[in-house]
Write a protein that binds this ligand. Structure first.
Ligand code: TXA
Ligand code: MG
Length: 326
C-alpha cells in the first residue's frame, strides 16, 4: 500500500504534539509516542489498557542514536547493532538518567531497536528523537500485522495509522539483555538466537533458564498474545479426535494444520498453515485474528516443529494457547 509523504508530515505533527500514531514495523505494528514525554507515553498505556509499570521499547533510526538513550554501552551492543539494525532486534541496555520512568517501567534499563520498515525508518530519521512503541493491540490481545488490525483494535480513538502494508516478519523482535555479566535471550523473535551467537561468539543465556531473572518483560506473561476464542494445541491425531467429539456436541470447530490431512473431519473448517518457518511466523497472528471472533467455539492448532529455527513461533503459540492436547 502507498502512504504519501504528507502522511508522514501528519504523523510528525501529531507526535510532536504529544499524540499517538500507529506505525508499521517489519515485525508488528506499533503504537507510538514521543519517548521523551511522559505525558505522551502515558497515553499509550491508557489506550492499550496496559499496566503502567511495564517498560516499552524506544525505537530509533540507527546506531548513531544509541548513546542518546543508553550509557556504559558494551562492545556487544555495537556489534549487534552493526549486524542487525535496522532490524528485528531489541537491546536492553543501561539507561541514560533522562529516560522517563514511564518508558523504562522505573527500571534502570532501556530497550532500544531500529526497525527496518522504510516508512517508519524515514519517520524516525525526520523525528530525530525516539519513539516509545509497544505492539498496537489491547493488552493481552494478538499483535497486529496490518493497518486494518490496528484499526480493529482502537477504531477512531487513534487519530492516525500509517499504512505500511502487511508486516514481513510477523512476530515481535528478539530481545537481548546486555546489562548483566552474560548476554541473555529475553524473548525469541525475528532474529534467531544462532545468528546473534554467531556475531557475539558466545552462547546466549536463555531467560527461562535463569533463576534470578528480575526484569519485567510483559511479553513473558503467559497469557500474552491470546485470541479470544479458546485455542487448543496438539498433534494432528489428538486434534482430529477432539474435532470429532466437539462436532458431535454441536460445536463449530476450526482446524489449523500443517501436515497434509488424510482424513477431513466432516463439519470442520480446515486451514493449512505454511510449511516454512518464515512464512508461518509472518502469517500466524493474522491467521489467529481471522479465525478469532464469534464464528468458532474452538480453534485447534497442530503443534509446529520443535527445531531451533521454530523457537519464536513456538514461543508465541505457547502464549496464545489456552490448552494442550496429547
Ligand atoms: O517487534 C517489537 O518488538 C514490537 C515492535 C512494535 O517494535 N514491539 C513490541 O513491544 O513487541 P511490546 O511492548 O509489546 O513488547 C516489548 C517488550 C516487552 O515485553 C517489554 O517488557 C520489553 O520489551 N522491554 C522493553 N523495555 C525493557 C527494559 N528496559 N527491560 C526489560 N524489558 C523491556
Ligand atoms: Mg505486545
Amino acid at each position: 500500500m502507498h502512504t504519501p509523504s504528507s502522511q508522514i508530515d501528519q504523523a510528525l505533527a501529531l507526535l510532536k504534539a504529544g499524540e499517538l500514531v500507529g506505525i508499521p514495523t517489519e515485525t508488528v505494528y506499533g503504537l507510538a509516542a514521543d519517548a521523551s514525554r511522559p505525558d505522551a507515553v502515558a497515553k499509550i498505556f491508557a489506550m492499550k489498557g496496559r499496566p503502567a509499570n511495564h517498560p516499552v521499547i524506544v525505537h530509533i533510526a540507527g546506531r548513531h542514536q544509541l548513546a542518546d538513550w543508553a550509557q556504559n554501552i558494551p562492545d556487544a551492543a555495537w556489534k549487534l547493532a552493526d549486524a542487525f539494525w535496522p532490524g528485528s532486534l531489541t537491546l536492553i541496555l543501561q539507561r541514560k538518567p533522562h529516560v522517563p520512568d514511564a518508558v523504562t517501567g522505573g527500571q534502570d534499563t532501556v530497550g532500544l531497536r531500529a526497525p527496518a520498515h522504510p516508512l517508519t525508518h524515514e519517520l524516525l530519521q525526520r523525528f530525530g528523537g525516539g519513539l516509545a512503541a509497544p505492539s498496537a493491540n489491547q493488552f493481552g490481545h494478538v499483535s497486529p500485522t496490518t493497518a486494518q488490525h490496528v484499526f480493529n483494535e482502537f477504531g477512531e480513538k487513534l487519530g492516525l495509522i500509517l499504512d505500511g502494508g502487511p508486516c514481513h516478519v510477523g512476530v515481535e523482535s528478539t530481545i537481548v539483555g546486555l546489562t548483566g555479566e552474560h548476554p541473555t535471550l529475553l524473548r525469541p523473535g525475528g532474529v534467531s538466537a544462532e545468528a546473534i551467537e554467531a556475531v557475539l561468539g558466545v552462547k546466549l543465556i536463555h531467560h527461562e533458564k535463569t533463576s534470578t531473572a528480575k526484569l519485567r518483560v510483559s511479553g513473558l506473561l503467559d497469557s500474552h498474545y491470546a485470541p479470544r476464542t479458546p485455542l487448543l494445541v496438539g498433534p494432528l491425531a489428538a486434534l482430529e479426535n477432539e474435532a470429532h467429539r466437539r462436532i458431535a456436541a454441536g460445536e463449530r470447530v476450526a482446524l489449523l494444520h500443517r501436515s497434509h490431512m488424510l482424513i477431513a473431519v466432516a463439519g470442520v473448517k480446515s486451514h493449512a498453515m505454511p510449511m516454512d518457518t518464515e512464512a508461518y511466523a509472518r502469517d500466524l497472528y493474522a491467521t489467529l485474528r481471522e479465525f478469532d471472533g464469534d464464528q468458532f467455539d474452538v480453534l485447534l492448532l497442530e503443534t509446529p516443529p520443535q527445531d531451533a529455527s521454530w523457537l519464536a513461533v513456538n514461543d508465541r503459540v505457547k502464549r496464545a494457547a489456552s490448552g494442550w492436547l496429547t
